[in-house]
Design a binder for this molecule. Structure first.
Ligand code: C2E
Ligand code: MG
Ligand code: MG
Length: 914
């Protein structure tokens, strides 16, 4: 569409003129101008013609009237002249009757002829005279100087009749004034004889004397006699052929007026036709013309106004239509904009959006957005026209789909999580919403479907659900699920009069494996154990991992007490055997073993918690009894457990109550036989139970964290005691203190040590710290710097229980240690088990090659002593020389300088080892 501003101003102006509301008034103005122009010019012509006609009529009338009056006057004058002649020639004698009879006088019906003598007395008259004397009359006296005179109209005895007297001077023979000849005539005579029709109501015929006195004047049918006006003004200056309209002074009427002087008498005739009357027909016509023009104009205006109104209406309608169209366009633009926005939003939605045709049973897809393509892998083109259920693959009867179908059937919203398949066949979880889209009449025409790929969330959910019930490492049931299963098994057993065996299993020395070989290897071992356990039981049995190295098996059984026990024993033996198959983990051969505790429903516990607790207690007992075995729950086990629990709770108070004490075990030099060192070993002097060894409480102390405080106390006590002995003057020897794993984890352990030395005043070289092999090897990255920090305080370091862990010996050379202590389990069997001897020998050789001293722990016999001595062991410690003793007892040993009995060297030890 071309816009207005694109066209030049001229064209714009023209096109605007073409608009009816401009064009119609212009046309109207032109037509009105034409109509009125021609009407006015016709009027002008009409008036011109009428004017001329009136002028002409006036002229003609004037000429006729003049001729008539002149004729009468001549007749009168001839009569006067004849009477004068007759009078003068008859010397004053005249016989009027004679003259009359001879027909020399004018007809006396109209005229009266009379003779006045010089005194003015009427001396003769053709009829009875109106007056007997004219002596006083103006017209008579005038004759003394003038030959003729005309009287002003004079009334007669007859009412309404006025007469004019025409007079001629009579002279005597001597020429003196002799009197007057008088012809009298009715003034009316001069103006009668003209039809009013010709003259009109306002036309005038008049005879005016030069004295300005009207002799007679007729206007219409009215007659006037006398009356004065200005003769000069009454006479037109240019008496020509076309009389003009003048205002007649005497009666103030505008008339076409013509006036002519008469020369025989001092008179003039005046003829006037009323302008109004003369132009009346023209006025009528003109009025008609004007009316017609006006009517025509009004009609024209009405027609054009009508047309204009219609055009205006049309324009209005057009404007309205245009506005409506504009509005429509605006609305459409807004709608289009909104639609575009929605389209873009739909297109960029991360959720797949589908529009389904509700008119067909299969609900075919009409539209699919790009997210649909991204999620399913199908192009929109491939999906459009297909029923949306094609995404279900073969799984048509999913529970979620039932809900969607219901919603579709009931024409309502629906929501379900569906398992759908991508184009490449991979399944995905689709959180699907549908909502009906209604048409104008409220009928459902479409459905909009929103797909949300919740595969990740779903798998996470599944993972969570799995995690909630299964152990992530082994895949076995976890504590949660175990509880459920155990409850279930108990409930079933209760109902069916059956039984349930709860088997508590703990991997022996697992901590050792974990600490020395690392957590990865530990985890691996747990997995293997888990698999082996599962392999031993029925599918319906439960194998659970409680955490750490603890497993629980739930074995429902049936039958009499004996057969149940037999069954359970069978399974438990199988478990022991299976678990202890050797395997290689982290390049090391391992033979894992486990300890098991068994409790039975209903005799050992009516509920899950009790059953588990008792199985745990039985397992503990199995450990105490030497591991790699199983133990049924008994009342004896129960007692022990109770005692343990009591111990655990009173341990917390023991520190406050100062119930701990240290015992001291000497270390003696194998060559010289004298005491060269001492190990401080902690004891708990329980108020009721007497002296308790560390193996009964160090474990809890470790677990509860109490070991940190206890360790600190031991350290300070040992330092102080050693210093006290030195101050007593006893030989100065180093004192060994055992360090626990928890203690070693303290960041400021070196400060703790330094403080203990400081407080006691003991020189650092008289303190030695024992760190077990498992602690030192568990995480060398940590233990190497730790050992160096400790070493920097000036103390000596030794590795305790050496040989029991799975040491990576290459670390040894990085440890700043002074001694290795061979674990007493080797020493115990050194005389009977060649393996133990070989290990002991290897440790001694290794130590020496690294410049370390070797201490053999737990030397009880002469044989052991000699073997070790032969193998060049440096120091020994054990009951053979002395058990751990009180401080006083130990001071006594020092004081008396107790020594090993001298020993004869039988072999060259280094040569033997080589
Ligand atoms: P350990 O450090 O290896 O201590 C040696 C253990 O062997 C002591 O047991 C000692 O009484 C025992 N023993 C010594 N000679 C013989 C012998 O000839 N034959 C036999 N069968 N045993 C012998 P005890 O005192 O029961 O201590 C056990 C463990 O408790 C210690 O092993 C040590 O690891 C720990 N322990 C002792 N005191 C403390 C302590 O103050 N702190 C820490 N953290 N642990 C301690
Ligand atoms: Mg020790
Ligand atoms: Mg030891």
């Amino acid at each position: 569409m071309t816009r207005d501003f694109a066209t030049p101003p001229l064209r714009r102006g023209l096109s605007r003129i073409a608009e009816p509301y401009v064009l119609f008034p212009i046309v109207a103005a032109i037509l009105l101008a034409v109509v009125w122009g021609s009407t006015l010019s016709v009027i002008k012509v009409e008036y011109g013609t009428a004017d001329r006609a009136a002028s002409q009529s006036t002229l003609e009338l004037a000429e006729t009237y003049e001729a008539q009056v002149v004729r009468v006057l001549r007749e009168i004058d001839q009569s006067l002249k004849f009477i004068k002649f007759a009078y003068e020639s008859g010397n004053g004698r005249i016989d009027l009757a004679d003259l009359k009879s001879k027909g020399l006088l004018p007809p006396d019906l109209v005229f009266t002829v009379a003779i006045a003598n010089a005194r003015g007395d009427i001396v003769a008259s053709s009829r009875a005279p109106d007056m007997t004397s004219v002596a006083g009359q103006e017209f008579f006296t005038e004759l003394r100087n003038e030959p003729v005179s005309v009287s002003r109209p004079l009334p007669t005895r007859v009412a309404g009749e006025w007469k004019l007297h025409f007079n001629r001077r009579l002279d005597r023979a001597d020429g003196s004034f002799a009197g007057a000849a008088i012809v009298s005539v009715s003034a009316t005579y001069f103006v009668s004889g003209y039809e009013t029709r010709k003259l009109g109501e306002s036309g005038v015929l008049a005879i005016l004397g030069r004295d300005g006195i009207f002799r007679v004047r007729r206007t219409g049918d009215s007659l006037y006699f006398g009356g004065v006006t200005s003769y000069r003004t009454a006479m037109p200056v240019d008496v020509d052929d076309s009389p003009a309209v003048t205002l007649n002074r005497w009666d103030h009427v505008r008339r076409y007026t013509s006036a002519r002087e008469l020369y025989d008498f001092p008179l003039a005739v005046i003829v006037g036709l009323s302008e109004a009357e003369q132009l009346a027909p023209t006025d009528d016509r003109v009025n008609t013309y004007l009316w017609r023009a006006a009517e025509g104009s009004v009609a024209l205006i009405l027609v054009l106004a009508g047309l204009g109104w219609m055009a205006w209406k049309l324009t209005q309608t057009r404007v309205k239509a245009y506005r409506a169209l504009q509005d429509e366009i605006d609305i459409r633009q807004v709608a289009e904009h909104a639609l575009n926005l929605r389209n873009r939003a739909i297109e960029s939605s991360v959720n797949a959006i589908l529009i389904l045709d509700a008119s067909l049973q299969s609900y075919p897809i009409e539209y699919a957005n790009p997210a649909f393509e991204a999620i399913t892998g199908y192009q929109a083109g491939e999906a459009i026209g297909r029923g949306f259920e094609f995404l279900l693959g073969a799984e048509h009867d999913q529970a979620g789909m039932q809900e969607i179908r219901h919603a579709l059937r009931e024409r309502r919203e629906g929501h379900a999580v569906l398992r759908n398949f991508r184009k490449d066949g991979r399944p995905f979880w689709n959180e699907f919403y549908i909502a009906p889209v209604r048409g104008d009449r409220g009928e459902v025409t479409h459905y909009v479907g929103v797909m949300n790929d919740v595969t990740e969330a779903k798998s996470y959910e599944e993972q969570l659900a799995h995690q909630a019930n299964f152990d992530s490492l082994t895949g076995l049931a976890n504590r949660n699920l175990l509880q459920d299963r155990l409850h279930q098994a108990i409930a079933t057993a209760r109902r069916d009069a059956g039984s349930v065996a709860a088997v508590f299993l703990d991997v022996d020395n697992f901590k050792l494996v974990n600490d020395s070989l690392g957590h990865d290897v530990g985890d691996e071992l747990l997995k293997v154990v888990g698999e082996r356990l599962k392999a031993c039981v029925r599918e319906s049995d439960t194998v659970a991992r409680l955490g750490g190295d603890e497993f629980v098996l739930v074995l429902p059984t049936k039958g009499d007490a004996a057969s149940i026990e037999n069954d359970v024993i069978g399974v438990v033996r199988k478990l022991l055997a299976q678990v202890s198959h050797p395997l290689v983990l982290g390049d090391r051969p391992i033979r894992p073993t486990c300890s098991l505790g068994v409790s039975l429903f209903p005799q050992d516990g009516e509920d899950a918690a009790t059953l588990l607790k008792n199985a745990d207690a039985a397992m503990y007992r199995a450990k105490e009894l030497g591991r790699n075995r199983f133990q049924f729950f008994t009342s004896d086990v129960n007692d022990r457990i109770r005692r343990r629990l009591e111990l655990e709770s009173s341990l917390r108070l023991a520190l406050e109550r100062d119930e701990f004490e240290l015992h001291y075990q000497p270390q003696v030099n194998l060559r010289e036989g004298g005491i060269v060192g001492v190990e401080a070993l902690v004891r708990w002097n329980h108020p009721q139970k007497g002296l308790i060894g560390p193996s009964d409480f160090i474990g809890f102390a470790e677990e509860s964290g109490l070991i940190v405080q206890l360790g600190d106390w031991v350290l300070r006590r040992a330092c102080a005691q050693n210093k006290a002995w030195q101050e007593e003057g006893l030989p100065a020897i180093p004192i060994s203190v055992n360090m626990s794993a928890r203690q070693c984890e303290q960041d400021d352990i070196d400060q703790v040590v330094a403080r203990a030395l400081d407080e006691s005043g003991l020189m650092p070289k008289y303190l030695e710290l024992e760190i077990t092999e498992s602690i030192s090897m568990a995480n060398p990255e940590q233990s190497v710097p730790l050992m160096w920090r400790l070493k920097e305080t000036g103390v000596a370091l030794s590795i305790d229980d050496f040989g029991t862990g799975f040491s990576n010996l290459s670390y040894l050379k990085r440890f700043p240690v002074d001694r290795l202590k061979i674990d007493l389990s080797f020493v115990r069997e050194i005389t009977t088990d060649p393996g133990s001897l070989a290990i002991s020998e290897a440790i001694i050789t290794l130590s020496h090659s690294l410049n370390l001293q070797v201490v053999a722990e737990g030397v009880e016999t002469q044989g052991q002593l000699e073997l070790l001595g032969d193998r060049n062991c440096d120091l020994i410690q054990g009951y053979y020389f002395s058990p751990p003793v009180t401080a006083d007892a130990f001071a006594a040993l020092l004081r008396e300088d107790r020594r090993l009995p001298p020993r004869k060297i039988t072999h060259d030890a280094p040569a033997l080892i080589m």
